[in-house]
Design a protein around this ligand. Sequence first.
Ligand code: PRP
Ligand code: URA
Length: 209
Amino acid sequence: MDKVNVLTHPLLQHKLTILRDVNTGVKEFREIVSEMAALMCYEATRDLPLAEIEVQTPVAPAKGYAIAGKKLAIVPILRAGLGMVEGILDLIPLAKVGHVGLFRDPETLLPVEYYCKLPTDIAERDVIVLDPMLATGGSAAAAVSLLKNRGVKHIKLMNILAAPEGIATVRKEHPDVDIYCAAVDSCLNDHGYIVPGLGDAGDRIFGTK
Ligand code: PRP
Ligand code: URA
């Protein structure tokens, strides 16, 4: 599907299966979410522009490359998106981190914003929005709208698991946004949970249930 990148690397598929397993404990769950974010970051940054530079090796001058173009920011959607931050920063340590707090109203399933703190120069940066779960897509679409209202021009969305409904919402509301995920599951249940999914990502990362 146009703009939807389902990352089928064996390491990601192996780790995702451990996340799905109801018997996986909090420590392992949290570690794997972070590892998967790092692996997915490889793909999500594949199109970063390079500038040619020259370096001196111990032997001779050599042509090399440095990341060029706009600086990056990552924006986790609280809470569960926090679990993906360290994995990305391991690879892109100079990325700035903004936070958007959204929770889903359990009745309406609509996102409710409760926090927003972004780098002051966010409009000058390319942004990757992080959230392990793309269910109805309401939270992700709201986070992207918020960033666009602050002047951000280029946004990518990174989810570990997506539902077709969530992909459709983001595609409809933000057709310019590239989505990166490790799997697209069947559907949502009556409570808006992804089926078969992995349960409540925030609760499993932070051990709150
Ligand atoms: C979860 C998840 C996403 C959202 C996805 O967060 O982390 O942010 O639901 O659902 P949607 O696509 O239907 O909007 P939740 O509201 O449970 O908050 P939490 O991360 O604080 O647990
Ligand atoms: N949020 C979650 O954490 N899990 C789901 O399956 C859907 C929304």
